[in-house]
Design a protein around this ligand. Sequence first.
Ligand code: ATP
Length: 324
Amino acid sequence: LKHIGVLTSGGDAPGMNAAIRAVVRACTHYDLKVSGIHEGYQGLIDGNFQELDARAVAHIINRGGTMLKSARCMEFRSKEGREKAYEQAKKQGLDALVVIGGDGSFTGASLFSKEFDIPVVGIPGTIDNDIYGTDYTIGFDTALNTVVDAIDKIRDTATSHNRLFFIECMGRDAGFIALNAGIAGGATEILIPEDDKEVDDVVAKLKASRDAKKSSNIVLVAEGDQLGGDVFKLARDAGERLPGYDIRVSVLGHIQRGGSPTCSDRVLGSRLGVAAIEQLMSGHSGIMVGLRNDTVTTETLHDAITKKPGINRNLMHVAEIVSL
Ligand code: ATP
Protein backbone atom coordinates (compact mmCIF):
# COMPACT_ATOMS: atom_id res chain seq x y z
CA LEU A 1 0.00 0.00 0.00
CA LYS A 2 1.61 3.22 -1.16
CA HIS A 3 -0.95 5.67 -2.52
CA ILE A 4 -4.36 6.39 -0.99
CA GLY A 5 -7.18 8.53 -2.40
CA VAL A 6 -9.76 10.30 -0.26
CA LEU A 7 -13.06 11.82 -1.38
CA THR A 8 -16.22 13.27 0.12
CA SER A 9 -19.54 12.37 -1.47
CA GLY A 10 -23.25 13.10 -1.09
CA GLY A 11 -24.45 15.81 1.26
CA ASP A 12 -21.70 17.78 2.97
CA ALA A 13 -21.46 17.64 6.75
CA PRO A 14 -19.51 19.70 9.31
CA GLY A 15 -16.53 17.66 10.46
CA MET A 16 -15.77 16.18 7.05
CA ASN A 17 -12.73 18.48 6.93
CA ALA A 18 -11.50 17.08 10.24
CA ALA A 19 -11.74 13.60 8.73
CA ILE A 20 -9.89 14.64 5.55
CA ARG A 21 -7.19 16.24 7.67
CA ALA A 22 -6.83 13.10 9.78
CA VAL A 23 -6.65 10.87 6.70
CA VAL A 24 -3.93 13.06 5.22
CA ARG A 25 -1.94 13.32 8.44
CA ALA A 26 -2.23 9.59 9.13
CA CYS A 27 -0.85 8.98 5.63
CA THR A 28 2.01 11.39 6.35
CA HIS A 29 2.61 9.63 9.66
CA TYR A 30 2.75 6.20 8.04
CA ASP A 31 4.72 7.42 5.04
CA LEU A 32 1.99 6.94 2.45
CA LYS A 33 1.21 9.18 -0.50
CA VAL A 34 -2.29 10.65 -0.37
CA SER A 35 -4.39 12.36 -3.02
CA GLY A 36 -7.52 14.39 -2.38
CA ILE A 37 -10.12 13.68 -5.05
CA HIS A 38 -12.31 16.71 -5.75
CA GLU A 39 -16.10 16.50 -6.14
CA GLY A 40 -16.70 12.93 -5.04
CA TYR A 41 -17.08 10.09 -7.49
CA GLN A 42 -17.25 12.56 -10.40
CA GLY A 43 -13.70 13.62 -9.60
CA LEU A 44 -12.64 9.99 -9.43
CA ILE A 45 -14.00 9.42 -12.93
CA ASP A 46 -12.56 12.68 -14.30
CA GLY A 47 -9.16 12.39 -12.60
CA ASN A 48 -9.65 15.54 -10.51
CA PHE A 49 -6.83 14.63 -8.10
CA GLN A 50 -4.60 16.77 -5.90
CA GLU A 51 -1.69 15.40 -3.94
CA LEU A 52 -1.95 16.51 -0.31
CA ASP A 53 0.63 16.82 2.42
CA ALA A 54 0.22 17.58 6.11
CA ARG A 55 0.44 21.35 5.54
CA ALA A 56 -2.17 21.29 2.76
CA VAL A 57 -4.82 20.49 5.36
CA ALA A 58 -3.87 23.25 7.79
CA HIS A 59 -6.66 25.51 9.09
CA ILE A 60 -9.52 23.31 7.91
CA ILE A 61 -10.46 21.48 11.11
CA ASN A 62 -12.60 24.45 12.19
CA ARG A 63 -14.37 24.85 8.84
CA GLY A 64 -17.75 23.48 7.83
CA GLY A 65 -18.38 21.89 4.43
CA THR A 66 -15.61 19.96 2.73
CA MET A 67 -12.42 21.33 1.21
CA LEU A 68 -12.58 18.56 -1.40
CA LYS A 69 -16.10 19.59 -2.40
CA SER A 70 -18.84 17.03 -2.76
CA ALA A 71 -21.02 15.99 -5.66
CA ARG A 72 -23.86 13.75 -6.62
CA CYS A 73 -22.63 11.65 -9.53
CA MET A 74 -25.15 9.78 -11.67
CA GLU A 75 -22.47 8.08 -13.74
CA PHE A 76 -21.06 6.17 -10.76
CA ARG A 77 -24.44 4.44 -10.33
CA SER A 78 -23.75 2.42 -13.50
CA LYS A 79 -21.18 -0.35 -13.93
CA GLU A 80 -19.71 1.55 -16.90
CA GLY A 81 -19.24 4.63 -14.75
CA ARG A 82 -17.52 2.64 -12.02
CA GLU A 83 -15.30 1.03 -14.68
CA LYS A 84 -14.21 4.48 -15.78
CA ALA A 85 -13.50 5.34 -12.14
CA TYR A 86 -11.39 2.22 -11.78
CA GLU A 87 -9.43 2.97 -14.97
CA GLN A 88 -8.74 6.46 -13.64
CA ALA A 89 -7.72 5.12 -10.23
CA LYS A 90 -5.22 2.78 -11.89
CA LYS A 91 -3.95 5.57 -14.14
CA GLN A 92 -3.30 7.71 -11.07
CA GLY A 93 -1.64 4.79 -9.29
CA LEU A 94 -4.17 4.57 -6.45
CA ASP A 95 -3.88 1.51 -4.20
CA ALA A 96 -6.86 2.24 -1.95
CA LEU A 97 -9.75 4.62 -1.43
CA VAL A 98 -11.34 6.33 1.56
CA VAL A 99 -14.93 7.45 1.00
CA ILE A 100 -16.45 9.97 3.41
CA GLY A 101 -20.23 10.17 2.96
CA GLY A 102 -23.66 8.80 3.68
CA ASP A 103 -25.54 5.66 2.71
CA GLY A 104 -25.73 6.46 -1.00
CA SER A 105 -21.98 7.00 -1.10
CA PHE A 106 -21.45 3.73 0.77
CA THR A 107 -23.67 1.86 -1.70
CA GLY A 108 -21.36 3.04 -4.46
CA ALA A 109 -18.27 2.27 -2.37
CA SER A 110 -19.50 -1.23 -1.60
CA LEU A 111 -20.13 -2.05 -5.26
CA PHE A 112 -16.78 -0.55 -6.28
CA SER A 113 -14.85 -2.60 -3.72
CA LYS A 114 -16.55 -5.81 -4.82
CA GLU A 115 -16.22 -5.24 -8.56
CA PHE A 116 -12.57 -4.18 -8.63
CA ASP A 117 -9.36 -5.04 -6.84
CA ILE A 118 -9.15 -1.78 -4.96
CA PRO A 119 -9.65 -1.71 -1.18
CA VAL A 120 -12.23 0.80 0.05
CA VAL A 121 -12.97 2.00 3.58
CA GLY A 122 -15.92 4.27 4.39
CA ILE A 123 -16.18 7.02 6.99
CA PRO A 124 -19.76 7.96 7.96
CA GLY A 125 -20.25 11.65 7.25
CA THR A 126 -23.84 12.88 7.27
CA ILE A 127 -25.82 15.14 9.59
CA ASP A 128 -28.70 12.62 9.60
CA ASN A 129 -27.02 9.97 11.81
CA ASP A 130 -28.84 7.35 9.73
CA ILE A 131 -25.99 4.85 9.31
CA TYR A 132 -25.91 1.48 11.02
CA GLY A 133 -22.69 0.57 12.83
CA THR A 134 -21.81 3.82 14.54
CA ASP A 135 -23.38 5.66 17.46
CA TYR A 136 -22.77 8.96 15.70
CA THR A 137 -22.03 10.09 12.17
CA ILE A 138 -19.76 13.06 11.50
CA GLY A 139 -21.85 16.25 11.35
CA PHE A 140 -24.73 15.06 13.50
CA ASP A 141 -23.61 16.81 16.67
CA THR A 142 -23.00 20.12 14.90
CA ALA A 143 -26.39 19.95 13.17
CA LEU A 144 -28.06 19.22 16.51
CA ASN A 145 -26.48 22.27 18.08
CA THR A 146 -27.51 24.42 15.11
CA VAL A 147 -31.10 23.22 15.37
CA VAL A 148 -31.20 23.78 19.14
CA ASP A 149 -29.79 27.28 18.66
CA ALA A 150 -32.49 28.01 16.06
CA ILE A 151 -35.22 26.67 18.36
CA ASP A 152 -33.94 28.86 21.20
CA LYS A 153 -34.17 31.92 18.97
CA ILE A 154 -37.62 31.05 17.70
CA ARG A 155 -38.65 30.40 21.29
CA ASP A 156 -37.97 34.06 22.16
CA THR A 157 -40.58 35.12 19.61
CA ALA A 158 -42.94 32.30 20.55
CA THR A 159 -42.86 33.33 24.21
CA SER A 160 -43.17 37.06 23.55
CA HIS A 161 -46.31 36.55 21.46
CA ASN A 162 -47.76 33.40 23.00
CA ARG A 163 -47.32 31.72 19.66
CA LEU A 164 -47.31 28.14 18.51
CA PHE A 165 -44.50 27.30 16.11
CA PHE A 166 -44.24 24.30 13.83
CA ILE A 167 -40.54 23.91 13.01
CA GLU A 168 -39.34 21.51 10.35
CA CYS A 169 -35.84 20.10 10.67
CA MET A 170 -33.75 17.81 8.46
CA GLY A 171 -32.99 14.12 8.97
CA ARG A 172 -34.01 12.43 5.72
CA ASP A 173 -35.97 9.28 6.59
CA ALA A 174 -34.81 9.28 10.21
CA GLY A 175 -35.82 11.21 13.31
CA PHE A 176 -32.50 11.41 15.14
CA ILE A 177 -32.08 15.15 14.70
CA ALA A 178 -35.69 15.93 15.63
CA LEU A 179 -35.78 13.67 18.68
CA ASN A 180 -32.55 14.94 20.22
CA ALA A 181 -32.98 18.60 19.30
CA GLY A 182 -36.63 18.44 20.36
CA ILE A 183 -35.71 17.31 23.85
CA ALA A 184 -32.88 19.83 24.11
CA GLY A 185 -34.99 22.67 22.72
CA GLY A 186 -37.98 21.95 24.94
CA ALA A 187 -40.44 21.02 22.18
CA THR A 188 -44.00 20.31 23.28
CA GLU A 189 -44.35 17.69 20.56
CA ILE A 190 -41.83 15.90 18.36
CA LEU A 191 -42.87 14.18 15.15
CA ILE A 192 -40.50 11.56 13.73
CA PRO A 193 -40.85 8.86 11.07
CA GLU A 194 -40.16 6.11 13.62
CA ASP A 195 -43.38 7.05 15.42
CA ASP A 196 -46.89 7.12 13.95
CA LYS A 197 -48.51 10.15 15.52
CA GLU A 198 -51.56 11.66 13.83
CA VAL A 199 -52.89 15.23 13.77
CA ASP A 200 -55.26 14.13 16.58
CA ASP A 201 -52.25 13.38 18.80
CA VAL A 202 -50.70 16.76 18.07
CA VAL A 203 -53.96 18.55 18.85
CA ALA A 204 -54.43 16.58 22.08
CA LYS A 205 -50.89 17.37 23.18
CA LEU A 206 -51.31 21.07 22.52
CA LYS A 207 -54.59 21.13 24.44
CA ALA A 208 -52.83 19.43 27.33
CA SER A 209 -50.09 22.02 27.06
CA ARG A 210 -52.65 24.81 27.28
CA ASP A 211 -54.16 23.15 30.37
CA ALA A 212 -50.66 22.93 31.82
CA LYS A 213 -50.33 26.69 31.16
CA LYS A 214 -47.35 26.56 28.84
CA SER A 215 -46.91 30.04 27.40
CA SER A 216 -45.21 29.03 24.17
CA ASN A 217 -45.23 25.85 22.17
CA ILE A 218 -42.92 24.34 19.64
CA VAL A 219 -43.76 21.31 17.56
CA LEU A 220 -40.58 19.96 16.00
CA VAL A 221 -41.25 17.99 12.85
CA ALA A 222 -38.69 15.77 11.12
CA GLU A 223 -38.78 16.23 7.35
CA GLY A 224 -39.25 12.47 6.92
CA ASP A 225 -42.27 12.26 9.20
CA GLN A 226 -45.54 11.32 7.51
CA LEU A 227 -47.18 14.53 8.78
CA GLY A 228 -44.03 16.54 8.10
CA GLY A 229 -44.24 15.93 4.34
CA ASP A 230 -46.05 19.26 4.25
CA VAL A 231 -45.49 21.11 7.50
CA PHE A 232 -47.64 24.04 6.31
CA LYS A 233 -50.61 21.72 5.79
CA LEU A 234 -49.99 20.11 9.17
CA ALA A 235 -50.02 23.55 10.82
CA ARG A 236 -53.26 24.44 9.03
CA ASP A 237 -54.95 21.14 9.91
CA ALA A 238 -53.93 21.38 13.56
CA GLY A 239 -54.73 25.12 13.66
CA GLU A 240 -58.32 24.60 12.55
CA ARG A 241 -58.85 22.56 15.68
CA LEU A 242 -56.93 24.85 18.01
CA PRO A 243 -58.90 28.10 18.15
CA GLY A 244 -57.08 30.99 19.77
CA TYR A 245 -53.59 29.82 18.85
CA ASP A 246 -51.44 32.17 16.83
CA ILE A 247 -49.56 29.73 14.60
CA ARG A 248 -46.37 30.16 12.60
CA VAL A 249 -44.27 27.76 10.54
CA SER A 250 -40.49 27.78 10.19
CA VAL A 251 -38.54 25.48 7.90
CA LEU A 252 -34.94 25.54 9.05
CA GLY A 253 -33.42 24.40 5.75
CA HIS A 254 -29.77 24.39 4.86
CA ILE A 255 -28.47 26.35 7.84
CA GLN A 256 -28.55 22.90 9.47
CA ARG A 257 -25.76 21.61 7.25
CA GLY A 258 -23.38 24.50 7.71
CA GLY A 259 -21.21 26.09 10.33
CA SER A 260 -18.09 25.38 12.26
CA PRO A 261 -18.02 21.78 13.51
CA THR A 262 -18.40 21.18 17.23
CA CYS A 263 -15.55 19.77 19.28
CA SER A 264 -17.32 16.42 19.26
CA ASP A 265 -17.50 16.29 15.45
CA ARG A 266 -13.87 17.37 15.12
CA VAL A 267 -12.72 14.62 17.47
CA LEU A 268 -14.96 12.05 15.77
CA GLY A 269 -13.66 13.05 12.32
CA SER A 270 -10.08 12.84 13.57
CA ARG A 271 -10.54 9.42 15.14
CA LEU A 272 -12.32 7.91 12.16
CA GLY A 273 -9.85 9.42 9.67
CA VAL A 274 -6.90 7.80 11.43
CA ALA A 275 -8.83 4.54 11.85
CA ALA A 276 -9.67 4.37 8.13
CA ILE A 277 -5.99 4.49 7.17
CA GLU A 278 -5.03 1.95 9.83
CA GLN A 279 -7.77 -0.41 8.62
CA LEU A 280 -6.51 -0.14 5.05
CA MET A 281 -2.95 -0.80 6.24
CA SER A 282 -4.18 -3.93 8.02
CA GLY A 283 -5.56 -5.19 4.71
CA HIS A 284 -9.26 -4.53 5.28
CA SER A 285 -11.71 -3.50 2.58
CA GLY A 286 -15.46 -3.10 2.09
CA ILE A 287 -15.88 -1.83 5.62
CA MET A 288 -16.88 1.33 7.42
CA VAL A 289 -15.16 2.65 10.52
CA GLY A 290 -17.48 3.87 13.26
CA LEU A 291 -17.64 4.65 16.93
CA ARG A 292 -19.57 2.56 19.45
CA ASN A 293 -19.36 3.11 23.19
CA ASP A 294 -16.46 5.48 22.63
CA THR A 295 -14.48 2.74 20.87
CA VAL A 296 -13.53 2.71 17.20
CA THR A 297 -15.21 -0.26 15.53
CA THR A 298 -15.80 -1.56 12.02
CA GLU A 299 -18.86 -2.74 10.16
CA THR A 300 -19.18 -4.16 6.66
CA LEU A 301 -20.36 -1.55 4.17
CA HIS A 302 -23.10 -4.02 3.30
CA ASP A 303 -24.49 -4.00 6.84
CA ALA A 304 -23.94 -0.25 7.20
CA ILE A 305 -26.30 0.38 4.29
CA THR A 306 -28.80 -2.45 4.65
CA LYS A 307 -29.38 -2.46 8.40
CA LYS A 308 -31.35 0.33 10.01
CA PRO A 309 -29.96 2.10 13.06
CA GLY A 310 -32.71 1.97 15.68
CA ILE A 311 -34.14 5.07 17.27
CA ASN A 312 -33.54 5.22 21.00
CA ARG A 313 -36.89 4.37 22.62
CA ASN A 314 -35.70 5.75 25.94
CA LEU A 315 -35.33 9.18 24.31
CA MET A 316 -38.93 8.95 23.08
CA HIS A 317 -40.03 8.06 26.62
CA VAL A 318 -38.08 10.97 28.10
CA ALA A 319 -39.47 13.37 25.48
CA GLU A 320 -43.03 12.49 26.50
CA ILE A 321 -42.32 13.15 30.16
CA VAL A 322 -40.36 16.39 29.91
CA SER A 323 -42.48 18.07 27.25
CA LEU A 324 -45.25 19.27 29.56
P1 ATP B 1 -26.46 12.13 2.39
O1 ATP B 1 -27.10 11.05 3.22
O2 ATP B 1 -25.82 13.16 3.23
O3 ATP B 1 -27.33 12.69 1.32
P2 ATP B 1 -25.32 10.20 0.59
O4 ATP B 1 -23.96 9.64 0.49
O5 ATP B 1 -26.42 9.25 0.97
O6 ATP B 1 -25.24 11.44 1.59
P3 ATP B 1 -26.31 10.30 -2.14
O7 ATP B 1 -26.60 11.47 -3.01
O8 ATP B 1 -27.39 9.34 -1.88
O9 ATP B 1 -25.70 10.92 -0.79
O10 ATP B 1 -25.10 9.50 -2.80
C1 ATP B 1 -23.90 10.16 -3.15
C2 ATP B 1 -23.33 9.54 -4.41
O11 ATP B 1 -23.06 8.16 -4.19
C3 ATP B 1 -24.26 9.57 -5.62
O12 ATP B 1 -24.25 10.80 -6.30
C4 ATP B 1 -23.68 8.45 -6.47
O13 ATP B 1 -22.55 8.89 -7.18
C5 ATP B 1 -23.26 7.44 -5.41
N1 ATP B 1 -24.33 6.45 -5.26
C6 ATP B 1 -25.49 6.60 -4.58
N2 ATP B 1 -26.28 5.51 -4.70
C7 ATP B 1 -25.59 4.64 -5.48
C8 ATP B 1 -25.86 3.34 -6.00
N3 ATP B 1 -27.03 2.70 -5.73
N4 ATP B 1 -24.92 2.74 -6.76
C9 ATP B 1 -23.76 3.38 -7.04
N5 ATP B 1 -23.46 4.61 -6.61
C10 ATP B 1 -24.35 5.24 -5.84
